[in-house]
Design a binder for this molecule. Structure first.
Ligand SMILES: Cc1cc2nc3c(=O)[nH]c(=O)nc-3n(C[C@H](O)[C@H](O)[C@H](O)COP(=O)(O)OP(=O)(O)OC[C@H]3O[C@@H](n4cnc5c(N)ncnc54)[C@H](O)[C@@H]3O)c2cc1C
Length: 400
């Protein structure tokens, strides 16, 4: 049986940032990934040799320092691509686009700000905190649909403390960036030639606690490790920890997950009526948002990923709506690809559950990282991975 110092399960942003840090500190690290590619929610579709389009996460910021440090560890920081500064727009019912500022009442904002500034976010929902900050009308018209577009789910009940947390910036990197081949290319660069080993198509089926650490069932084999980092979606983590850590598993099972139906299309640039934008905010439409390739322009192609609310339209309906918004017909789609993304949908009880989970993790050789522990963004995931890695490393050689 193979034995590793640390096994990381899941090769999304969380798992790869964690693996890079653990390996840098001298641990022998194995990453096991169920899918046939790295990235998880970071999924860069490459339908043509010279064209990629993001099906999931699209924008990374220089406040995602641990991600950039992992890339720096591979000497690839210089390969970052700056995203051109373009804005997000609301889609109007007549098909035109509207600046978000057109929905802001400055009078209401001015009257509300003195009562909203400085209020603690902890224990408050997004609707409560931001509604007090800019006023209920501004929240309803502007912020609620804009945040729903960011989160790909209704934002009202989301914990305010988990949205837009301030993080130190790495000022030498572009403020907003992507990578050749898309953001997935960045994670591929982190894993290529790294000190840790990655195995794709290796789903972990079960985990058992063992006196010296953990035993994992993987594709008919058994792998042992002294420390374990679970970097999988929260429902998968709940399932995998049923036997090894039942107290934690029952808490993880209380996190709801949501589906987002993505439809991505590539169209000849000269066919599209829509002006160049970073993206569209759907508001009451069938989609939460549209994310474009416009910030990384291509000479003859444009790409659009529509993130639809689940169950609103069938595939034919989605294709028709995409064509309508772009001012083309479905015959103009040079390439099209549908996929389903999944995200946690936390509410106010979940930060408290995370505190309980962290108490249960303390002193154990088990680390939990992912987008359900302190926020959805890649930066939040990377920050959690840094903290959990530090906890594992602080255990010294007793566990590894
Ligand atoms: C549509 C969309 C747009 C987004 N846009 C942005 C954005 O622009 N900027 C931003 O900062 N964030 C964005 N996010 C959020 C961000 O992308 C994710 O929260 C983050 O990438 C999650 O990373 P993760 O590694 O924690 O989890 P995941 O990316 O979910 O990775 C988990 C991995 O675990 C693997 N796995 C699952 N079960 C097993 C198993 N049993 N054995 C082995 N492997 C397993 C999965 O295959 C997957 O690769 C977006 C998310 C979505 C869905």
């Amino acid at each position: 049986m193979e034995t590793w110092d640390c096994v990381v399960v899941g090769a999304g942003a969380s798992g790869l940032v964690g693996a890079a840090r653990l390996a840098e500190s001298g641990r022998r690290v194995l990453v096991l990934e169920a899918a046939d590619r790295l990235g998880g929610c970071i999924h860069s579709w490459r339908p043509r040799a010279d064209f990629w389009l993001e099906l999931g996460a699209h924008t990374a910021y220089n406040s995602y320092a641990p991600l950039l440090e992992a890339l720096d560890g591979r000497g690839r920081l210089g390969d970052l691509l700056t995203r051109e500064k373009l804005s997000y727009r609301f889609l109007k019912s007549d098909g035109g686009v509207q600046s978000p500022m057109a929905r802001l009442s400055f009078v209401e904002a001015a009257l509300s700000l003195p009562f909203g500034i400085g209020r603690a976010k902890a224990g408050r929902t997004v609707a409560d905190w931001f509604g007090r900050l800019l006023g209920r009308g501004n929240y309803r018209r502007l912020l609620a649909p804009a945040f729903a577009a960011v989160l790909s789910q209704p934002a009202d009940g989301f914990p305010a403390a988990w949205l837009f947390r301030r993080k130190p910036r790495m000022k030498s990197a572009p403020r907003k960036f992507t990578f050749p081949g898309g953001l997935q290319g960045l994670l591929e660069a982190v894993a290529t030639g790294a000190r840790f080993e990655t195995r794709l198509n290796h789903p972990v089926a079960a985990i058992r606690a063992d006196a010296g650490g953990y035993l994992l069932d993987v594709a008919g084999d058994r792998i042992a490790c002294r420390q374990l980092m679970l970097a999988v979606p929260v429902d998968a983590a709940a399932n995998l920890l049923r036997d090894a850590a039942p107290d934690i598993a029952v808490r993880l099972a209380r996190f709801p997950m949501i589906d987002i139906e993505a439809l991505a299309v590539v169209v000849a640039a000269d066919r599209v009526a829509l002006p160049r934008v970073a993206g569209l905010i759907g508001g009451d439409d069938a989609f939460w948002s549209v994310v474009t390739r416009d910030p990384v322009p291509h000479p003859s192609l444009r790409g659009f990923t529509f993130h639809f609310r689940p169950g609103r339209l069938d595939v034919a309906g989605q294709r028709a709506r995409v064509a309508e918004v772009l001012g083309v017909t479905p015959d103009d789609f040079l390439e099209a690809r549908a996929t389903v993304n999944r995200l946690p949908a936390p509410g106010l009880e979940h930060p408290g559950l995370v505190a309980e989970i962290d108490d249960l993790l303390a002193g154990t050789p088990l680390a939990l990282v992912g987008n359900y522990l302190n926020g959805l963004s890649i930066g939040d995931c990377a920050e959690r991975a840094v903290n959990e890695t530090a906890r594992l490393l602080a255990q010294g050689d007793s566990h590894a």
